[in-house]
Design a protein around this ligand. Sequence first.
Ligand code: GTP
Ligand code: MG
Length: 461
Amino acid sequence: METKPPTPRAVLVGIQTPEVDDVAHEASLEELGRLVKTLGYEVVGTVSQRRDGTGAGSLLGTGKLAELAALTGGSGVVTTMAPPPRSKARARFEAPPGALPGPATPAATPADAPAAEAAPKPDFVIVDHELSPSQIRNLERATGAEVLDRTGVIVEIFHRHAKTREAKLQVEMARLKYVAPRMRESSGGGGRQQGPGAGESTLDLDRRKIRDRLAELKDQLEAVQRDSDNRRTGRRDQLRVALVGYTNAGKSSLMRALTGSEVLVEDKLFATLDTTVRILQPETRPRVLVSDTVGFIKQLPHDLVASFRSTLTEALEASLLLFVVDASDPTYEAQLEVSRSVLREIGADVVPSRLVLNKMDRVDAAGREALVARHPDAILLSAHAPDDVSALRDSIIAFFEAEMVEDALALPYAKQGLIGEIYDSVRVLSEEYDETGRVLKVRGLPGAIARLQRSLAAAGG
Ligand SMILES: Nc1nc2c(ncn2[C@@H]2O[C@H](COP(=O)(O)OP(=O)(O)OP(=O)(O)O)[C@@H](O)[C@H]2O)c(=O)[nH]1
Ligand SMILES: [Mg+2]
């Protein structure tokens, strides 16, 4: 796949504000690099700038801007006269779904050509910070490259990876909302306040198109969501555990190990964009459902958080959240905090949770000791170690056992049809027969027992 079109080349720009220390700054840039690679671009350089604030129109100081422009082959000067290389946001909006936002003019040199003389100029400048539309425009003028910010990269990854209809609709909405204001600023030949002219009316037209499309998407999404709500209602009161956490923490790896399913595992950010639900193996009675969910990342665009809300309803309705963390990552604490705050934002912070420190095979003895001291209640494991996974399974089962209660259900002969549902939702401890029917002693979640009692009472009689 990488051999046909030349791999787009990107330069990363890090902005270090005073409250960010060097380790966090480095980690953030490294993460941005991984995001950019996930997008299929090659990172060919990095420019870092210390800055008090990022309000300035040009973002970078003159020296840094010149350094960056030398890499990209731009002028290094933000002239109001020079038009930006092209209306990127508009092209993005008009691009068919899944189209690669490649370079305006594909580099003529194949990727494997001798690098010395003819190394193609980078096509993208990717800034590790949220940029205003005018900051993007100014940087594009000075560098001659297409400029994307962190949000733009994340939105683009989601756009390409979304697979189910629901995820596609949600991502298209988020993407339009991201693109719309940027399109306003970069279309119409450059200036922001050029006065009412011919450009204005195409702009209005585009805005209306976007509004209409958003309304259309909203309707479609609601229909799809009604379906999945119905599906979920069918799973209510079941024993459900959801794997949540930062992207690349190992959620899908644990999902595979716990359920024997073939969900996608990749050393990529945002490998998983859709929730999957599978049965914990070996199967228990009642059985436990495990959900794998989309990962979180810092500075997650707001509209994407909103789109997670629906995907993560699975998590919200779980009885137990397993908070998966890559404990071998030096910035795991910050990742944990990001995950917590997203879950707070969608209202899932009330669900009971256990911290799972994963990838312990990469942590040395001293590191392990420090982690145990810091998180005494955490489960330490490696998703690749079968014994660890089976211990995790025991913890999950123990959690549900502690929530369960015992009760009796009277099943009249007239309602024997409910027996299948009973066996699916609770564990039957004993059965006795009398003249009216069966009396079952059962053990299960209070909600499940209450539901069964309601249907036994309702079925007439
Ligand atoms: N060494 C080691 N690597 C692991 C472990 N668990 C997962 N990995 C690796 O970490 C990478 C990411 O794993 P995934 O399971 O895809 O992570 P995820 O949390 O589902 O990631 P997203 O779907 O992108 O949010 C893969 O390369 C895994 O093989 C572990 O316990 N030890
Ligand atoms: Mg995954």
